[in-house]
Design a protein around this ligand. Structure first.
Ligand SMILES: [Zn+2]
Length: 899
């Protein structure tokens, strides 16, 4: 199992392996580790001395350079060839769990730089006894936090200009004025492979928003000189404006995969600073300097109006570029107080562009029209947006009320006096079989998919029909050719309903509505309002929630309402669950979760469900699609994601729970993924998310597996590397053979290179020596793997409050992609173990094994700091199996111990 060459992979199953055997394995690990380490230390020390001497002599004797270079190459070669030990420990624990579906699999990697690589896999069960408090069948992508960009970056340990701007402080802050920082209106982009799948889908959706609402378009990089390269950094950040540096990077890291956040970062790249940095901001907000975290005050600077333009737009509290009220605060008090109190809860929205954001962007880039918007009509004007009526006596009428309903229009819900019109076709007055056309003006959409969205109030008889055609014009048919896209039957609905119809127009066309009277008696007809046509794909489904304010008043916190089940175009059945009054631990929010459900096609579908992206959008019911700021959230099914021993996105019949409906029929509902902090109630009441007491969720489930393939590099870029190398190969000998000047140049370059190399070697040798003299230990990098703290949001909330103002004890742990609370748990546990190591060095192995059990910890508890004790008490309270976590961390302790 663990060979003499210390290079094997070691697997220990804690449940089955006898204690004595585990001990002997650990003893072996220690020997191997010690062996390897002693070799390393000797090698390093010799190397340092040699490097120091050689480095020094190189500076004076250039002849030595090849020797030193040779040594360096040899050393790096020997470093690489040195055997690395890979420990893989499988610890499986089942504690107090009520059912097996409570298992959580977590993986993390412990990497001891330069000497060891250790991977620890722990799966354990969460021992919660109250599933109402912590529903296990849900996964919160935000871990229960309502984190803004700045919290994400702070937790990732980033200290950027204004929190998310990657630019030198000395960089002139006025530079958005002038053409040179602008991009062309079509911006080349490259999605690096590091970007998460869900984030890739979100970014492409954000581009659609730019196309719909501005003249900015994005195109895959095709060798253009300057382009935006999106990568997964440790947070969300960008630089401001076109920096003309060729590849300009923009990071969409963990938790940045939200539409508003991506729009925000791209607005930086397009040339925008934060809204509260405007020169006139002190007229609108008060900065509470004493509440700002020490050292973060610089994030609240303003820019001079002589050089940074507000583009003639008033201060915008609703800008997606505005800080939130609690940015960079200590405690919970706001750092930004708006002069008009109403706006205190408005600032910091990350739903999407505000109207003023769009005005500014369109002014900066001289936009006159957007590429994806085609037409919008709310029928308020007498000219009904240039729509025309067909021949015949029966007509559509512009009305503000109809006796058979509706009594109000959809745009204004009758709230505006003298306004509030819609178009009505009365099947009550038309003769049976009679119809009427309502045709749009000539429209010129981009060829491809278009979405026709409209509100329909349907009070006709059951056999009345509303047909939706497109009349396309080309040279062959100058009078236009009608193509039917959808027919909607009559029937009294009693409310305005939202309809989305996918069109496929390739040339000049009209959109045509035809109302047709059936044979049955009718008291009403068809009413149309708020028509929007855009060159985008339609959302697949609409979940209409009626009487939402009433439901919010009566639904208790923690109770979830489910949408009907829908089918995706690939055939997957799904539904969405909403906590209208928040989860019990998140009052004041709407929580929203996506579930796969059993459906008619399951036998022929791929399981676990691969790479389907669910888009859940709460619709802002503004009449003009360009002014709609929908609140989006997207989640993607990763077929490799594990939940215990099961695949998380497997067939709901396997991993879901049975749901029995009122009529006795049943289906299976898979676990939910979403967020407990989808939107606050105060934001839900803003804009037009609720209109006439109704809310609409726009839902889609789309295949994004094509994004698994890396974005192809442009031919020029792919060949650039090769040709550069070829050129160098060809140039060097020719130059050396022909020109004395070139010989000189080559000699000078070589000398310069030698100097740099020697300086580097000297520097690194010096650093190595200093580190050893200080007695510091090797750096341990703890890398969080996806799913590690899955489902542990409640504990993380509690622990989050533990973040003490005093600095942590100096630690040589480095955390990669961990959330701050978990850094805390791990570093505290490691610190505690490290303290023990010093106490019981001689019994290291036994001690570490035993320290996984609580009893052995007791005598030591008095020695722990109050924070440690609080941590212990939290562990007890939550009954979460922290032992598993401790045993995993044990690996780190063990290494630190033998270090
Ligand atoms: Zn920003």
């Amino acid at each position: 199992m663990f060979g003499d060459d210390c290079s094997d992979i070691l697997t220990i199953d804690f449940c089955r392996t006898p204690l004595s055997e585990i001990r002997s394995i650990y003893q072996k690990i220690r020997e191997c580790d010690g062996l390897d380490k002693s070799k390393t230390v000797t090698a390093l020390r010799a190397g340092e001395d040699r490097a120091m001497l050689l480095g020094l002599s190189m500076v004076f004797v250039s002849v030595m350079m090849y020797f030193v270079l040779g040594i360096t190459i040899l050393r790096s070669y020997s470093d690489r060839s040195r055997k690395r030990i890979l420990y893989t420990l499988h610890a499986v624990f089942f504690l107090l769990h009520k059912n097996n579906s409570n298992n959580v699999t977590s993986v993390y990697t412990v990497r001891l730089e330069s000497t060891l690589v250790c991977k620890c896999v722990c799966s354990w069960s969460n021992a919660t006894s109250n599933s109402a408090v912590w529903p296990r069948l849900e996964y919160d992508v935000d871990e229960g936090h309502d984190w803004d960009i700045f919290n994400i970056n702070e937790a990732a340990g980033l200290d950027l200009l204004e929190g998310d701007i990657e630019q030198e402080e000395t960089f002139s802050r006025n530079s958005i004025i002038g053409d040179k920082y602008r991009w062309p209106t079509t911006i080349p982009y490259y999605l690096e492979d590091s970007v998460d799948m869900n984030a890739k889908g979100v970014i492409l959706k954000a581009f659609d928003q730019y196309r719909l609402k501005t003249c900015i378009d994005f195109t895959p990089w095709n060798g253009e000189k300057n382009y935006i390269s999106v990568f997964k950094g440790s947070g969300c950040f960008s630089s401001v404006g076109n920096q003309h540096e060729g590849k300009q990077r923009l990071s969409i890291g963990n938790n940045c995969d939200r539409l508003g956040t991506v729009e925000h970062e791209f607005l930086h790249a397009l040339g925008f600073w934060h809204e509260q940095s405007r020169a006139d901001r002190d007229d609108y907000v008060t900065i509470m300097w004493d509440r700002i975290e020490p050292g973060k005050q610089h994030n609240f600077k303003t820019y001079d109006d002589k050089v940074s333009s507000a583009l003639g737009v008033p201060y915008d509290y609703g800008s997606v570029m505005h800080y939130s009220k609690t940015s960079f605060n200590i405690g919970s008090e706001p750092t930004i107080v708006t002069k008009i109190p109403h706006f205190l809860d408005v600032i910091g929205q990350r739903m999407g562009f505000s109207a003023n954001d769009l005005t500014k962007l369109n002014r900066l880039y001289n936009c006159t029209k957007s590429s994806a918007f085609v037409d919008s009509c709310d029928f308020e004007e007498k000219n009904i947006c240039g729509m025309i009526q067909g021949l015949g006596n029966t007509k559509w009428e512009q009305r503000s009320s109809v006796s058979g309903g509706p009594h109000d229009d959809f745009s204004n819900m009758g709230q505006c006096k003298g306004k509030g019109f819609f178009m009505h076709f009365s099947t009550a007055t038309a003769e049976p079989g009679e119809g009427a056309f309502l045709e749009s003006r000539w429209l010129y959409p981009k060829p491809g998919a278009q979405c026709l969205q409209f509100a329909l109030h349907n009070t006709g008889a059951a056999d009345d029909v509303l047909n939706i055609f497109v009349r396309e014009y080309d040279e062959a048919v100058p009078g236009g050719k009608l193509g039917l896209f959808k027919s909607i039957s009559g029937g009294v609905m009693g409310s305005w309903e939202l309809h989305n119809v996918n069109l496929n127009v390739t040339q000049k066309a009209r959109v045509v509505f035809q109302g047709v009277r059936g044979k049955g008696p009718s008291k009403g007809g068809f009413s149309l309002d708020d028509i929007n046509l855009s060159s985008t794909k339609c959302p697949q489904h609409v979940w209409h929630i009626r009487n939402i304010t009433g439901l919010m008043a009566t639904t208790p916190a923690g109770q979830k309402r489910y949408s009907p089940r829908f089918l995706s175009s690939a055939g997957y059945s799904f539904q969405v669950g909403a906590y209208l009054n928040g989860r019990s631990d998140r009052p004041g929010y709407v929580g929203l979760y996506f579930h796969l459900t059993s459906g008619p096609n399951d036998h022929s579908l791929k399981w676990p469900c691969p790479w389907q992206q669910a888009t859940m959008a709460l619709m802002d019911q503004h009449s003009d699609i360009r002014q709609q700021t929908n609140m989006h959230r997207m989640v993607t099914t990763d077929p490799d994601k594990l939940d215990g021993k099961e695949y998380y996105w497997d067939d709901p019949r396997k991993v879901g729970s049975k749901v029995t409906e009122a009529d006795g029929s049943y289906y299976y509902r898979g676990p939910g993924t979403g967020t407990s902090t989808f939107i606050t109630h105060s934001r839900l009441r803003s804009r037009q998310f609720i209109k006439g007491d109704d809310a609409f969720f726009l839902l889609s489930l789309e295949d994004i597996s094509h994004l698994l393939v890396p974005q192809p590099l442009p031919r020029s870029a792919a060949h650039a590397g090769t040709s550069a190398r070829k050129a160098a190969d060809q140039d060097a000998p020719q130059g050396a053979a022909t020109s004395p000047t070139q010989i000189m140049a080559v000699a000078l370059s070589a000398a310069a290179a030698v100097f740099v190399v020697s300086a580097l070697i000297l520097g690194s040798a010096r650093r190595m020596r200093m580190r050893r003299q200080q007695g510091s230990e090797d750096l341990v990098t703890l890398e969080d793997m996806p799913g590690f703290m899955e489902g542990m949001s409640r504990v993380s909330d509690l622990l989050f409050t533990l973040r003490s103002p005093q600095p942590w004890p100096s630690s040589n742990l480095k955390f990669e992609s961990w959330k701050a609370p978990w850094q805390l748990v791990v570093s505290q546990t490691v610190d505690a173990y490290r303290a023990k190591t010093e106490l019981i060095k001689s019994e290291q192995i036994d001690h570490f094994y035993e320290c996984g059990t609580r009893e052995k910890l007791k005598p030591e508890r008095e020695r722990l700091s109050p924070d440690h004790r609080l941590l212990e008490s939290l562990i007890t309270k939550d009954a979460v199996d922290f032992k598993a976590l401790r045993r995993c961390i044990w690996v780190v302790c063990f290494m630190l111990g033998v270090n």
